[in-house]
Write a protein that binds this ligand. Structure first.
Ligand code: UT7
Length: 332
């Protein structure tokens, strides 16, 4: 029996209307546009405004974009997975609500969180459901309302993060296209370097936590930076080698968008040139689980059937990995 491959057959995206520019940030914290652009590559990011709106709002809009573009009947979707580090709430998944709101009433749904690697790990999970033959249509959405965990008086984090969502549909492919190989990793000794301390089961948010601003994300930027470059390059290089893929045969590197300098340094270590690298960090900043699907959303028109894509991500936990993927459709 030939192996069933899992591939992406549709892409959707959504970012909120409100733009937070570097100039605006200059009025909020002690920073300047030149520093932000030269140290991160970010020009602006999107922020979700509106009381009571969470990551599901972003996810629903990205999913609707995909459904409308490809004219998909949402009732044919078997499973909805939401990759997110900022779920709507505890105890009720963002995915259940999203699936119902988009009319995927025959699907089951769940959330998964591996911080900034959530979407990459989600690709692995979505693919397994398809490859097993159990399901035919798996909708994977990366959605994060990062502004919900940002201290807008902390210049080391508020300049980086933005809100957004991207969605992809996984379906079977019998031409050998789609997921080819993956190398996914975690190292729990990294968790103190990037995290929101309170609000989880270890440290429920109390008055003391709020006094110490522990409900906001904090990171040791330099440690995260070094680990991100080393580890993304390491797993990507190993994947290329074990698949006998030469660097000139890679059409695209689709790496998590956390910092332009991290993306450049990773590409350099894998010996790729800038025309092989997808980048949109200047428009959205770091949208956590949405960076990779938003890259696909922005680059979809340039992708060709058979293109070799190396996906890579690094995030809190620490968590990281790389996926080798063959794109399966032309978009015109
Ligand atoms: O998705 C995974 C999550 N996160 C990441 O991957 C982030 C990884 N880390 C980074 O992207 C970078 O480390 C940052 C962008 C967070 C910081 O850049 P950096 O080049 O590592 O800066 P730094 O922390 O070494 O700070 C250099 C200087 C310091 O001043 P002194 O001590 O040299 O006087 C900082 O206080 O820049 C200062 N600084 C700023 N200046 C203006 C830090 N943030 C700012 C700012 N504006 N926003």
């Amino acid at each position: 029996m030939t192996k069933l491959n899992a591939t992406i057959t549709a892409v959707g995206g959504y970012v909120p209307e409100h733009i937070l520019s570097n100039k605006m940030l200059e009025t909020m914290v002690d920073t300047n546009e030149e520093w932000i652009i030269s140290r991160t590559g970010i020009k602006e990011r999107r922020i979700l405004k509106g009381k009571g709106l969470g990551s599901s709002f972003l996810a629903i809009n990205a999913a609707k974009d995909l459904i409308d573009k490809k004219n998909i009947d949402p009732k044919t979707i078997d499973l909805v997975i939401i990759a997110t580090a900022t779920p709507d709430m505890q105890g009720a998944s963002t995915a259940s609500y999203t699936a119902t709101q988009i009319g995927a009433t025959n699907a089951f749904a769940f959330d998964m969180d591996a911080a900034c690697s959530s979407f990459l790990f989600g690709m692995s999970v979505a693919a397994r459901y398809i490859e097993s033959g159990a399901y035919k249509k798996v909708l994977l959405i990366g959605a994060d309302k990062n502004s919900s965990m940002i201290d807008y008086t902390d210049r080391t984090t508020c300049i980086i993060f933005g809100d957004g969502a991207g969605a992809v549909l996984f379906e079977p492919n019998n031409e050998g296209l789609g997921m080819q190989d993956e190398l996914l990793k975690t190292d729990g000794t990294g968790r103190d370097f990037l995290r929101v301390k309170s609000g989880g089961s270890c440290h429920p948010t109390d008055e003391n936590a709020i006094k110490n601003k522990e409900q906001f994300i904090k990171q040791d930027g330099k440690t995260v930076f070094k680990n991100a470059v080393f580890n993304m390059a390491d797993v990507s290089t190993k994947l290329l080698k074990r698949n006998n893929l030469k660097k000139e045969e890679v059409n695209w590197l689709a790496a998590h968008q956390a910092n332009q300098r991290i993306i450049d340094a990773t590409a350099k270590r894998i010996e790729l040139t800038s025309d092989q690298v997808m980048v949109n960090i200047e428009k959205y900043g770091n949208t956590t689980s949405a960076t990779i699907p938003l890259l696909l959303y922005d680059y979809e028109s340039k992708l060709k059937k058979g293109d070799n894509i190396i996906f890579a991500a690094f995030g809190g936990g620490f968590s990281w990995g790389s996926i080798y993927f063959k794109w399966s459709y032309n978009n015109n």
